[in-house]
Design a protein around this ligand. Structure first.
Ligand SMILES: [Zn+2]
Length: 390
């Protein structure tokens, strides 16, 4: 058998299969073809040494904004992929039923990395989230059209993975949490596709109004928010709705963004055992140059906060794949999509900043050393967005 690409001697971490050790990974016809010791280089057209690096499945950023051209809020997906090893970018609600075709059809053609999407319940998506022009996209009932969302999910089942709704005063205004119930109704009409709900920075609605309606398999994003609707009470205890949500099987997603992740909140929650299910960046116009940067920088923060490497990798590979109910990505199992990233843990001083300007001085960061996409070597990896400094 001849392979298209062979990665030799890397330390493979593949949480989906439980593999954690040195092995070779071979790709053929766009897919993972074999993972084993001592695969002969004579059988491959392209042989690359991965010695000294970790080899992990291509990263999945479950919450990003990449609708360049369709909104003014998105960032360029291929550049994001090269800097962070993200091979699947999931756009979380930039587009609604009105304009999602431009994202999944037109933009995917211009882009190498895979683009998946949560369709916004709001018909036009997040079309006016700028400092100069801010429009609460889910505040007008005329724009919350359930049949259009259901049709979108049915029309593009390979690309549209669920429904996004931002719940908070700046998105739903006087409608409060009511749009979340419409999103769940749409989901029920479309095979129970997952609903991703965002915790708004401001009240109303309260955190309980956002968490309590969510079902097993739904996703709450911004789960470590340091803002008004924080997951901890005034005594530093986890709020009951967070505990009940986790017990019910609601997926807890980081969604760092520009305003939605705090080190102090996160540290306390990790001490209480409340680890994230999914690590995502919420990268967009206002977070791409910091504080979020991308999913790899967000993963580095969790590594420095003490989460074990394998859990950090799981939270950006098999866990987001499972959240989208996808079995073809997020693992290095034979037959899975041929997406992988070579990572190095670089030692040296680095200063991380959270979404409220707090700094964390640390001494390690994850750096991409190569990206495999569709079974071929795609990129040597661009320097990470957040380099070592200070
Ligand atoms: Zn977002």
């Amino acid at each position: 058998m001849s392979y298209d690409l062979l990665l030799k001697d890397g330390h493979v971490i593949d949480p989906a299969s439980g593999r954690d050790g040195v092995a070779d990974v071979a790709f053929k016809d766009g897919k993972v073809a074999q993972v084993a010791d001592g695969i002969s280089g004579a059988d491959a057209k392209d042989v690359r040494s991965a010695a000294g690096f970790y080899v992990v499945p291509g990263l999945i950023d479950l919450h990003a904004h990449v609708y360049v051209g369709g909104t003014t809020y998105g960032v360029e997906p291929d550049q994001l992929g090269r800097m962070s090893g993200t091979t699947t970018v999931v756009d979380a609600g930039s587009a609604g039923a009105a304009n999602i075709r431009g994202l999944i059809d037109h933009q995917q053609r211009l882009t190498d990395v895979r683009i998946l999407a949560f369709v916004n319940l709001a018909f036009p998506g997040i079309y006016g989230d700028l400092r100069a022009v801010h429009i609460a996209e889910a505040s007008d009932l005329h724009l919350l059209n359930v049949p259009h969302v259901v049709r979108t999910l049915k029309k593009w089942p390979d690309s549209v993975v669920g429904i996004k709704i931002r719940i908070g005063r700046s998105s739903t205004a006087a409608l409060g949490a009511m749009p979340l119930h419409l999103a769940i109704a749409a989901s029920e009409q479309a095979g129970n596709a997952p609903v991703m709900a965002h915790i708004g920075a401001d009240m109303p609605p309260r955190l309980e109004d956002i968490l309590d309606p969510l079902r097993k398999g739904d996703i709450v994003t911004h789960c470590y928010t340091p803002k008004m609707n924080k997951p901890l009470d005034t005594k530093g205890k986890l709020r009951d709705c967070m505990v009940a949500g986790r017990e019910r099987g609601v997926i807890m997603d980081v969604g760092h963004g520009a305003g939605s992740f705090g080190f102090d909140v996160c540290r306390t929650m990790l001490e209480l055992g409340f680890t994230p299910d999914v690590i995502s960046s919420d990268v967009h116009l206002y977070s791409a140059d910091g504080p979020a940067y991308d999913v790899l920088v967000t993963m580095s923060k969790f590594l420095c906060l003490g989460l074990p490497l394998v859990d950090v990798i799981r939270a950006a590979t098999s866990a987001p794949a499972a959240a989208m109910r996808r079995t073809d990505i997020g693992s290095l199992k034979v037959g899975a999509a041929g997406d992988a990233v070579l990572l190095e843990i670089k030692k040296g001083p680095v200063v991380y900043v959270d979404a409220i300007g707090q700094e964390m001085r640390a001494d390690q960061r994850l750096v991409p050393r190569g990206v495999v996409l569709g079974g071929k070597w795609w990129s040597d990896g661009m320097p990470p967005a957040l380099g070592g400094k200070k």
